[in-house]
Design a protein around this ligand. Sequence first.
Ligand code: ADP
Ligand code: ZN
Length: 531
Amino acid sequence: ESSAAGLAESEVLGTLRRVFGYEAFRGEQEAVIEHVVDGGDAVVLMPTGGGKSLCYQIPSLVRPGTGVVVSPLIALMQDQVDALRALGVRAGFMNSTQDFDERRVVEAEFLAGELDLLYLAPERLRLESSLELLARGKISVFAIDEAHCVSQWGHDFRPDYLALSLLGERWPDVPRIALTATATDATHQEITQRLGMPDARHFVASFDRPNIQYRIVPKADPKKQLLSFLKEEHAGDAGIVYCLSRNSVEKTAEFLCRNGIEAVPYHAGLDAGTRAAHQSRFLREEGLIVCATIAFGMGIDKPDVRFVAHLDLPKSVEGYYQETGRAGRDGLPSTAWMAYGLNDVIQQRKLIQSGEGDEAFQRRAAAHLDAMLALCETVQCRRAQLLAYFGQDAETTACGNCDTCLVSPETWDGTVAAQKVLSTVVRLQRERGQKFGAVQIVDILLGNRTAKVIQFDHDQLSVFGIGEELSEGEWRGVVRQLLAQGLLAVEGEYGTLVLTEASGTVLRREREVPLRKEPKKPVTTKSASPR
Ligand code: ADP
Ligand code: ZN
């Protein structure tokens, strides 16, 4: 163990080897740990699987006193503590799942200085009794895990996190380390500000996950598309399929089972016992698929998740990155696959409009969605775009391991097509005082005499049948891209199409509208290897 140069092994490296059995630190770990051991505050942004836990576990072991870890993942605390105890670390937790006696034991251990690590649910720190307890013991470091939960704009917002700024006020001499895998500049700044850590040093790891292949395919028959994706590329692999609603989670799991692929559902509507059983089957068994809402996955440490599939559009790039990041934590080739279509755009826009929150909240939600749509519609490297979103430069502008790099999408001049769509919307509104959804607009353009077209005399419109040069799928693609680019908007419960301020520039021929050609053949990439 002693090094050839005769230098003493540092205390933190010794702890890594002796307690955790790892040979060397990864990436920024050592710098973070040294900084916190020296008493500095830190904000750590590391992708999922990057090794955040050691960043606070080792300082907790090296500094005198107990490391207090605030984590929203109550369901995982027992497992985390058990895993640490198996390594000989004196760890305990306090949360609502415990009875009085269990809590008393942990409290006594803490006060006697017999704990290296104490995991706490954030709501504990709202109780004056908990704060008084902490004040009577000795604390080495405060770790705030999943620190993005303090962000009101994120989908994981926890009001209890807002109270955590008091830790710095009451324990000014105890270093704090905030950790997250979510990292736009905005979230980043919000963490620093809301947790009151202006002097914290920031450690930002690369967000690139080179072993994950990113693919976004046009949605036609999503369940069938998923099935062939699984059969062709991931037979027998473990993976997660994300759906927006509980209902589609259930349906998708049933569909896969009917087709001979083992899948279990997971969503907040299932009882706790079923959820726990499905989660632990996923962790223990090989090749099981979990169909889930985003309720599933936070804190799940399964290294060999070979794919993450999205059947519905995530609300933000942060969500997409975090969810897809659960694939390939072992570094082996994995796929992030998503089916995306016109209805996703309409549905998400409607959700924002009819959703909770004030105007500012809705504007933020819309901006998040726009970034997600831009990622879907890009003709450039998806990885480069993803990293740019997180403020990081990609190594190259073409990673060679995403669909747009593998089969570069063609663009075409969609100016005339865009004008046709927008004129149809205008005609309906001006001449008839009517608003319709995408289906009707496309039927009018194609000259389809459907019952609904006849009912409203839409075959009498001058725009009826002016779009026969494109197929129905292509028109839906045009509408989807116009919505994504903000050249068209949806309104109300039925998702009717309306113009935006920017629509005028197209109608007045002041700008061109380059569009992405809908790929005809799916990208198959079995032979593609990561760079
Ligand atoms: P995160 O919390 O960032 O998602 P974890 O702390 O759970 O990541 O670490 C992910 C995995 O990597 C764990 O299995 C952990 O034991 C392992 N790991 C972390 N640091 C190292 C290291 N320096 N050497 C080897 N394995 C490590
Ligand atoms: Zn690429």
